[in-house]
Design a protein around this ligand. Sequence first.
Ligand code: ADE
Length: 343
Amino acid sequence: MSRERIISGEIISPEEESFILSLRPKLLNEYIGQKGLKEKLRVSIAAAKMRKEACEHILFYGPPGLGKTTLAHVIANEMSSRLVATSGPSLSRTGDLMGILTNLGEGDILFIDEIHRLSPAIEEFIYPAMEDFKVDFVVDKGAFAKVINIPLKRFTLIGATTRAGLLSPPLRDRFGLYYHIDFYPPEELREIISRSAQLLNVKISPEAAEEISRRARGTPRVANRLLRRVRDFASVKGNGDVDIAMAQKALEAEGIDSIGLDGLDRKFLKVIIDYYKGGPVGIEALGATLNEEIDTLVDVVEPFLLKIGFLQRTKRGRMVSNDACKHLGINLNLEDQPSLFEE
Ligand code: ADE
């Protein structure tokens, strides 16, 4: 991320990480929302426990901040297993992964965040580990090269990715369970905010919780972050209690509008409208015009705009919708634009 952004689904600082950790549900029945997913996980966990086996390998995919890491911890707690966490970009050498894998105990969980960013060499290395619980380690070079076969304990790999499309098909196929985590509806976010407020000893009115939930762009991490900003605002400007007026003022001060869009979202949409007549425009051109990393735009900005129908992704590029123009108070005749469906 090029700068701090309160409604980004991504974690901003170590300090925030500990704040998030303190609010993280530990067990499935504390976890709010994702009902269908929870049911499937309950069955898999119960079956694995009954057979006294490790759970199947699980892949979670979806935008940042929706609970992929939290769910990995919840599964570990439910299975009474140890969880070892790492991430795709930090696993650069097979030796590092080898160390992690050979130290895993029976039933342990290896969580790999951003698994789409594993290098091809590491991916190759991980296939036999996932499939046959062994690793092939090559020692020496040339004529003296030997493959040593090292058996592993039966572990569960939980992978998380924001973009399942970037995962190589052989890796994707090695996951027994494959779950998409979707944005949360405001009712569920309201519940999450009320639960967090209780844990933080913050008095919040139901209307204020609802207001925050409407502006949290479907993302629990954003909801908790906004709650924290609103709480701070209420402590400084009032007696610490959060009512609707306090919530609204705090969120306005943060530049978050009535439906949860922030400055970067609005700038993103406005660039498409002002510079590219509403689109279609390629993501590279948008990245260059906005001076933002393409990954940030694709992983963090676009998913929610797509979800609420403000943006459309076509073969020829991104286009804004009439609803987006209306929300921004811009009059743009999109009827003149090429049809989205002609290709
Ligand atoms: N905190 C973050 N996500 C949550 C969830 N889904 N349920 C409860 N608390 C949460």
